[in-house]
Design a protein around this ligand. Structure first.
Ligand SMILES: NC(=O)c1ccc[n+]([C@@H]2O[C@H](COP(=O)([O-])OP(=O)(O)OC[C@H]3O[C@@H](n4cnc5c(N)ncnc54)[C@H](OP(=O)(O)O)[C@@H]3O)[C@@H](O)[C@H]2O)c1
Length: 56
């Protein structure tokens, strides 16, 4: 499973990222400092390209 987590460097997000990786997911991490801005949408297309749905 390919997963993207926006805010994945934060207190909550990093725990989510680690838990997903523990379950074998390939996780791409986005954050404001890495160029992903969830408010303006900057970088979201790149972050989420290739993400798979839970059923795949
Ligand atoms: N921690 C708690 O106990 C708690 C409880 C209830 C609700 N919440 C809510 O849950 C959210 C995350 O909390 P947190 O404690 O994990 O916060 P945090 O440690 O400050 O982490 C915030 C994360 O979001 C990223 N980020 C900030 N602005 C962004 C933007 N515009 N676009 C994309 N990413 C952005 C940060 O990236 P950079 O590091 O690059 O800035 C960082 O990865 C917040 O909305 C908070 O209010 C937290």
């Amino acid at each position: 499973m390919n997963v993207a987590v926006s805010g994945g460097t934060g207190q909550l997000g990093s725990r989510v990222v680690n838990r997903l990786r523990d379950h074998g997911a390939t996780v791409r991490v986005g954050s404001l400092r890495s160029g992903v801005d969830s408010y303006s949408g900057r970088g979201l297309t790149e972050l989420f390209t290739g993400v798979t749905s839970p059923s795949t």
